[in-house]
Design a binder for this molecule. Structure first.
Ligand code: NAI
Length: 215
């Protein structure tokens, strides 16, 4: 099956497989059965077989999966080595935390520029990169051709800047702003929205719907 035909729930599970398999590889484990993997990951063995079959016939009856091989195949599918050139916009609390704590290189991205509209922030260093003034972003993009932008700016700022970034060649957004992307630019844009509070509210739902008798 080609990558584009793989369903998005399967794609969303791949980073988790990648993490678990990386851990197993570091522990020196050479092979693992779908049952063992399912017990570790809290999925069913048949779910795992179904997921991994989407990408070709991994795993052999009675042998299981070769951990190193499967890890490297999933890495290839995810594009971990792609080094997609990335810029981050908004060097405030969130932007600083993301630039300093996320290892972009190990996830398929290369952070090459950080921008902020506040001149007082410009020139400061985060993660070995100097914060540049927003008024240099156009020339930066024309010279360096980033393809991805991390948005750590308020909603209105994101709304204003997104179409410009698309014009400058940005194809993917890791969007922490609360701007709802519906960019009608005629270009194919990939947006991955992250809302930490959605996750928190899901937790609230879980806590409010716990079966009392289980406690
Ligand atoms: P902050 O105020 O510390 O930082 C915002 C930064 O963006 C500032 O440095 C500011 O100068 C810069 N900025 C504002 N307009 C800009 C523009 N047009 N171009 C370039 N830079 C610009 O705020 P914080 O805490 O870092 O949050 C940033 C945004 O992310 C907020 O709008 C907040 O709502 C959102 N947020 C989203 C979360 C999520 O889970 N998705 C979690 C936390 C914050």
């Amino acid at each position: 099956m080609s990558k584009s035909l793989v369903s998005s729930p399967v794609i969303k599970r791949l980073p988790r497989y990648y993490r678990f398999l990386g851990e197993l590889e570091r522990q020196g484990i050479v092979r693992i059965s779908s049952r063992e993997l399912s017990e570790m990951m809290g999925l069913t063995a048949s779910q795992i077989r179904q997921d991994l079959n989407c990408f070709g016939g991994f795993g052999q009856q009675g042998y299981g999966y070769n951990v190193k091989e499967l890890h490297s195949v999933i890495s290839r599918i995810l594009g971990i080595d792609a080094g997609n050139k990335t810029i981050l916009i908004g060097a405030g609390n969130l932007g600083k935390a993301i630039a300093s704590h996320i290892d972009f290189n190990k996830r398929g991205f290369r952070l090459i520029g950080i921008f902020d509209s506040n001149p007082e922030k410009c020139g400061k260093i985060i993660s070995n990169l100097k914060i540049s003034n927003m008024n240099t972003i156009e020339s930066f993009c024309r010279s360096n051709h980033p393809v991805c932008a991390v948005l750590c700016i308020p909603k209105d700022a994101a709304k204003e800047i997104a179409p410009k970034l698309i014009e400058l060649g940005i194809k993917g957004f890791w969007n922490f702003s609360h701007y709802d992307f519906a960019v009608d630019s005629g270009k194919k844009i990939i947006v991955e929205n992250v809302h930490l509070t959605d996750s928190l509210m899901t937790l609230a739902y879980g806590l409010n719907n716990t079966d009392e008798e289980e406690n």
